[in-house]
Ligand binder design. Structure first.
Ligand code: ADQ
Length: 412
């Protein structure tokens, strides 16, 4: 493999409608996660930890904060041609934006022509997981097939959110059938409650990828989507292999998080994935130093927990608290706080996710809520306590009862 030149493409142009209002002002891969990360940091960390050094991030929708994050955080040295570069839609093939993920690659073929890689790793930008791509690349090269699709078992109830893979009856390393987001998926033979889902991560021979997106671009009946059009085309030609994440052996992984992978495309899954971070033995362990998840280096003071003037103690249990936070007489429980939040006397923040520069005033209550940047919760106000009142104030409340307060809103 050492002789092969590997190039990484991160698809980061999706709108993320189901994460509204968190995506009202930013691309989905730029949504903050886990206190100090952005969603895209997981894909990029996996690629960089796997040894890739030439990576482009294809962006288009509300890409400003994503571009800024990539350019300020992902500064590979530039030595020996190393880079992570954010590449916006450039209208190289006419006056149109990317019409789908395959069209994003078609419109960016100049990057592949410049670098001339042998192998291209194409990944999505909105999943929380650890994966060593080396093993998948080796399996791909050994298979001789045009594309290899990474796969993981998921509950059948989620089948309509994923590309669903059926293995070839004669060769279980190959995909026999692939349907994008089917409503009538059938469970696996050995586990009827599960399906084998595409993770949206692919390894291609570079020339095969170029040919595929060019042929797809010429088709009027295509939506120019990797999962909806490109992969099914390879499957129809008997040219698609599968790589099961169960084979992946990431250094430092725990028994609990070895095969952890979450699509955090909805508010509920985004919220649940935060809960996976905080236990003493977490479902997903951020503290694995052998396969670090990289993010921005904040120039901020440490978090501080203090008694207020009336001797009330600032406390946190089962919580993650980022730099710059001041918990003065307030209480946190099962919550994840990003940087520079202040929680005042008598306030309680429970089962919640708080992004950045949020102020929770005295005696306020925040419960099963997500607070975007710069939210102010006035003294004595509540969020997530009375869902009718939350809706009446214009906040989003999911069916499962998570309240989301958008960027800069004042809760009174
Ligand atoms: P989805 O995530 O629903 O399913 P899609 O919306 O195309 O598919 O997003 C895939 C990736 O491409 C995301 O990272 C997104 O940001 C990006 N993207 C989408 N449109 C883009 C565009 N126009 N330009 C650039 N980037 C774009 C996919 C697969 C399924 C698989 C799931 C796994 O299609 O088969 O099961 O991922 O979550």
């Amino acid at each position: 493999m050492a002789s092969k030149k590997i190039f990484g493409i991160v698809l980061a142009g999706g709108e993320g409608k189901r994460l509204m209002p968190l995506t009202a002002d930013r691309a989905k891969p730029a949504v903050p996660f886990g206190g100090v990360y952005r969603l895209i940091d997981f894909a990029l960390s996996n690629l960089v930890n796997s040894g890739l050094r030439q990576i482009v991030v294809l962006t288009q929708y509300k890409s400003h904060s994503l571009d800024r994050h990539v350019s300020t955080t992902w500064r590979l040295s530039g030595m020996l041609g190393s880079y992570v570069a954010s590449v916006p839609a450039q209208q190289r093939l006419g006056k149109r934006w990317f019409s789908g993920s395959a069209d994003a690659i078609l419109q960016s073929l100049n990057l592949l022509r410049d670098e001339k890689p042998d192998i291209v790793v194409v990944v999505g930008a909105d999943h929380v997981y650890r994966m060593d791509f080396n093993d998948m690349i080796e399996a791909h090269i050994a298979s001789g097939l045009g594309v290899t699709v990474a796969a993981i078992r998921q509950p059948i109830a989620l089948a309509d959110q994923f590309g669903v893979i059926e293995l070839d009856a004669k060769n279980p390393q190959k995909i026999g059938a692939f349907r994008e987001k089917p409503k009538d998926a059938v469970g696996l033979g050995d586990s009827p409650g599960e399906i084998l889902a595409s993770m949206g991560n692919y390894v291609f021979d570079a020339d095969v990828l170029i040919d595929a997106v060019q042929r797809d671009g010429a088709r009027a009946d295509s939506n120019h989507d990797m999962g909806g059009d490109i992969v099914p085309d390879f499957v129809a030609r008997g040219q698609a292999g599968v790589y099961d994440l169960n084979r992946n052996d990431v250094p430092g992984a725990t028994e609990r998080d070895r095969f952890y992978w979450r699509d955090v495309g909805t508010i509920d899954s985004f919220f649940d994935a935060h809960q996976d971070l905080i236990a003493a033995l977490p479902v997903f362990n951020l503290y694995n130093r052998e396969w670090p998840i990289f993010s921005q280096q904040l120039n901020s003071p440490p978090a501080k927990f203090v008694r207020d003037g009336r001797n009330a103690v600032g406390t946190a249990i089962d919580s993650i608290v980022s730099l710059g936070c001041v918990i003065s007489g307030g209480h946190l429980e099962r919550s994840v706080l990003g940087p520079w939040n202040t929680i005042d006397s008598g306030a309680r923040v429970v089962d919640s996710v708080v992004f950045e520069r949020v102020h929770v005033g005295e005696n306020a209550i925040v419960q099963r809520a997500i607070l975007d940047k710069d939210v102010v919760v006035s003294p004595g106000a509540t969020v997530g306590v009375d869902h009718d009142a939350d809706r009446a104030r214009g906040f989003t409340v999911t069916d499962s009862g998570i309240t989301v307060v958008g960027k800069g809103e004042i809760v009174s």
